[in-house]
Design a protein around this ligand. Sequence first.
Ligand code: HGY
Ligand code: MN
Ligand code: MN
Length: 421
Amino acid sequence: METPTNLKSNGSRLWDSLMEMAQHGATEKGGVCRLALTDIDRAGRDLFVSWCQEAGCTVSVDKMGNIFARRPGKNPDLPPVIMGSHLDSQPTGGRFDGVYGVLAGLEVVRSLNDLEIETDAPVEVAVWTNEEGSRFAPAMVASGVFAGVFDLDYGLSRADLDGKTMGEELARIGYAGDADASYKAHPVGAYFEAHIEQGPILEAEDKTVGVVTDCQGQRWYEITFTGVESHAGPTPMNRRKDALLGASRVVDAVNRIGMKHAPYACATVGLMQVFPNSRNVIPGRVFFTVDFRHPDDAVLAAMDAELRAEVDRIASEIGLQNDFEQIWYYAPVKFDADCVAAVRKGVEAGGFSTRDMVSGAGHDACYLAAVAPTGMIFIPCVDGISHNEIEDAKPEWVAAGADVLLHAVVETSRTIADKAC
Ligand code: HGY
Ligand code: MN
Ligand code: MN
C-alpha cells in the first residue's frame, strides 16, 4: 500500500504551540533564554508533557532526562519511528531552534489523531536533554549517552560554570527518570529531526525545505593560559606574562585557520573568562573555548594540528603555562539513504521547492545516526540568523516542514513493518 500523498498537518496549530512554548524564557528582544535543566526548562518540559498526554501519548523519561512521548501503532512489538529535537536554548536563543523539531513531532501526532491514521510501527516524540552544550558542555550530551558515545556517569557529571552537575539538576527539576538512557533499552526503528537551517542558503535560494544529506563534524577545545597577574602601571612591557595577550593571539590564529580552510571551515572562540578581570591588573589567567567544524574529517584533523602548533608557539613566546584539552569530537555524519529518500518523497508529495543540504550545526540526529536510520528536514530561517533572539521563521515554512515530517514518518513506519514480515 502506498503512503497517501495528501497528508497535511495543521500549521497554524503548530505555530500557536511554538508561540506558547516561547513564553517560557521569553526575552525582551523576542527570543528565549531556556538553559538546560533550569526552572524555565522544567516549565517547558512540563508543558510539552501535558500536550503529549492530551494527545493520547504515554510519556517516559530516562536517566539523562530524555523524554519520549509514545503513540501506539498497529504492532507494538515494532521499534518506533522517533521524531524529536531539544527544548533547551542558548542564552540569547530563538523561538525555533530545537523546539521546532519537538513541536513538529507533536503536530505529527496531533495530525495522525485528526486523520485517524494508525501507523504500523509506533511513533514517538523525543526531547533530548542539553543539546545546546551552552550550560553544560559538550553539546548533545544526552543523545550521546543514549547512543552509547558517552557513559551515563560522564553525562550526569557534566557541570556548569557554577559547579552544578546535570545529575543534580535533573533531580532538582524532577526529570531524573528511571529508564535506561540507551538505544539498547529503547530500540529506535528510525529517527527524524526537523530543524531550522540556522544559515542563509534556503531563504537566499527561495527554497522551502532542505533535504539534509550530511552534517559536518566538530571539535571543541578548552584552553587555559596562565601567566602572572601584576600591576598595570609599574610592570614594564618586556617583563609581562600577559595571559589575555596570549588568548587574543589565539583568537586571531583560530580565525586564520578557519579562513585558510574556507569555504566550509568554521572556527569560533565563543567563551572567555579573564582573571582577575580588573582594568588595572595584567590578566594572570584566561580560560577560553574553541569550536572547529568541517564536513571533511581530514581537514578537521589538519585544523586541529594547526591549532595545537599555534597555541604552543604563542604560549612559549609569552611564557605562559598552556593547559589545552580537546573536550569533544565527532566525525562528519552521512544520513541514512532510506530516510533521506522518505524526506524527499514527503517534499514531492507536498510539492515544495527544495535542495539538498549539509548541516553546519550539530544536532541530536548526528548521534542517533550512529544507532538507527536517521534523516533530517530543514526549513529556512529569516536572514539565516540563529543563536540570536531575533531568530525567526515564516508560518508557511513551519507548516511545510511538518507536512514533510508527517509523510516521512507514515512512510517509514510502513517500511519498518514490511521489513519485519
Ligand atoms: O552548536 C551547535 O551546532 C548546536 O546548535 N548545538
Ligand atoms: Mn538546535
Ligand atoms: Mn542551537
